[in-house]
Ligand binder design. Structure first.
Ligand code: SAM
Ligand code: SF4
Length: 462
């Protein structure tokens, strides 16, 4: 084979998968695989899959169907295209994938992808490989650090996985089965990774985990550190201007995290706190381990610590047994909190989870009707939240080129995308931007003079 081999990684689902996809590319780089954005020129395509809802899982089989044409085209050019299925569908469906689709050459679970180089070598003989056993070794100990050039190419905002897996067993969710038991990475390893990112020019780090505020990694003192302490340590890393974390569970909100929001200027005032439902009956059936009242108190405690804090959340409608009254409880919770953003889903039964076997499943038409009503309310709140900034000046971290020539796109502290005219040389800077207008997906603003630099606090929900 002539020239470097090329790998194309397609990521589905959550930020954890985005992070894993980057680590797979980092793992293959020293083995001569250059990353490509184009599947047509790839020698290896990795589909890093999501199993959270049925539609997400089914998508993978249509993707695999499309691989036939790519494999044929590669063969015509004298190349062999290898297709690997990684991530949560791989973990959950294992051998079933190679049975259903002859296009898959390798199936590798979310905890095993550090073994990809060996699996690739074995696949060259035409053997179909399935590796989904939870390994004894920790993949993080084996994964190489990314090359500085790769980090730079990925931009000035990066994810760092700090914990994986989940022991909560919400009755609707596959994560405890696909990602396994909850494990936290030691503080020193997380901080070393943040330092490496900062040295390569990263300005914003989002600490991620399926249940990030269950974090309890070992600190330098040999004790388990909670997330709030880890954030406090990360805030000291030179060059890191902004910190975020996701996804947290309302039950695991502790005083250190609340203190972090009060005390750390680098910790952005935007929290993704999934509530799922506003009905106590449904929350109990979901095994969420908090009540509506406890969720509302969690929101209050966070707002008391940082009054300009904005919230986003996840919602599921049509969970088994959900009545119109339960659904209205969710709508009233939304009214009570006021969300800046949200993700909402119709309940999707997942094989092997307790809720899939509950007898009182909700008909599809009720689910979609409720989802529409819920999304109408959430969209209205998001628009009102965004509109409340028009005429105000916010600090914006300039991230990358925008849609038009001469335009950059950046993020506000509340994670809103802002389009602003500014030279590319300013990427990585935090600049004051006066918001002028709202688009469907982003805000439009203009650079303000630094005299008005956004030290201003915007009480969006005051
Ligand atoms: N750990 C997070 C938490 O506790 O909320 C959630 C992680 S999950 C990857 C992301 C979101 O997917 C969930 O918050 C939930 O709203 C949604 N989700 C999970 N399972 C689902 C299902 N079976 N049907 C519909 N939505 C689901
Ligand atoms: Fe899934 Fe619940 Fe764990 Fe979140 S907390 S990953 S919803 S089981």
């Amino acid at each position: 084979m002539s020239g470097p081999r090329k790998v194309h990684v397609k990521s589905f689902g959550c930020q954890m998968n985005v992070y894993d996809s980057q680590r797979m590319a980092d793992l293959l780089a020293p083995r001569g695989y250059a990353e490509t954005a184009s599947p047509d020129e790839a020698d290896l395509i990795i589909l890093n899959t999501c199993h959270i809802r049925e539609k997400a899982a089914e998508k993978i089989y249509s993707e695999l169907g499309r691989m036939r044409a790519l494999k044929d085209a590669a063969a015509e050019q004298g190349r062999k295209l290898t297709v690997a299925v990684a991530g949560c569908v791989a973990q959950a469906e294992g051998k079933e994938i190679v049975r259903r689709s002859p296009m898959a050459d390798i199936v590798v679970g979310s905890q095993n992808y550090h073994r990809l180089p060996d699996l690739l070598a074995r696949a060259q003989s035409g053997e179909k490989i399935v590796d989904t056993e939870f390994p004894v070794e920790d993949k993080f100990d084996v994964l190489p650090a990314p090359q500085t050039t790769a980090t730079r190419a990925r931009g000035i905002s990066a994810f760092v996985t700090v914990q994986e897996g989940c022991d909560k067993f919400c009755t609707f969710c596959v994560v405890p089965y696909t990602r396994g038991a909850e494990v936290s990475r030691p503080v020193a390893k997380v901080i070393a990774e943040v330092e490496r990112l900062a040295a390569a020019g990263v300005r914003e780090v989002t600490l991620i985990g399926q249940n990030v505020n269950a974090y309890h990694g070992e600190g330098a003192d040999g004790r388990e550190w909670p997330l709030g302490r880890l954030l406090e340590r990360a805030a000291h890393v030179e060059g890191i201007a902004r910190l975020r974390y996701t996804t947290s569970h309302p039950h695991d909100l502790d005083e250190t995290l609340i203190a972090a929001h009060r005390d750390l200027p680098a910790l952005m005032p935007f929290v993704h706190l999934p509530v799922q439902s506003g009905s106590d009956r449904i929350l109990a059936a979901m095994n969420r381990n908090y009540t509506r009242g406890e969720f509302l108190r969690a929101v209050e405690r966070l707002r008391a610590a940082r009054p300009d804090l904005a919230f986003s959340s996840d919602f599921i409608v049509g969970f088994p047994g959900e009545t119109e009254a339960d659904f209205r409880d969710t709508l009233s919770l939304i009214e009570e909190v006021g969300f800046a953003a949200a993700f909402s889903f119709a309940y999707s039964p997942r094989p092997g989870t307790p809720a899939a076997d509950m007898s009182d499943q909700i008909a599809a038409e009720y689910k979609s009707e409720r989802l529409q009503r819920l999304q109408a309310l959430l969209t209205q709140q998001q628009r009102a939240f965004n509109a409340s900034f028009v005429g105000h000046t916010l600090d914006v971290l300039l991230e990358k080129p925008g849609r038009l020539p001469g335009q950059l796109v950046g993020r506000t502290p509340y994670l809103q995308a802002v389009q602003v005219m500014a030279p590319a040389s300013r990427i990585g800077e935090i600049v004051p931007v006066t918001i002028a207008d709202l688009g469907s997906f982003s805000l439009f603003g203009a650079l303000a003079s630094s005299a008005t630099s956004g030290s201003e606090t915007h009480l969006a929900h005051a």
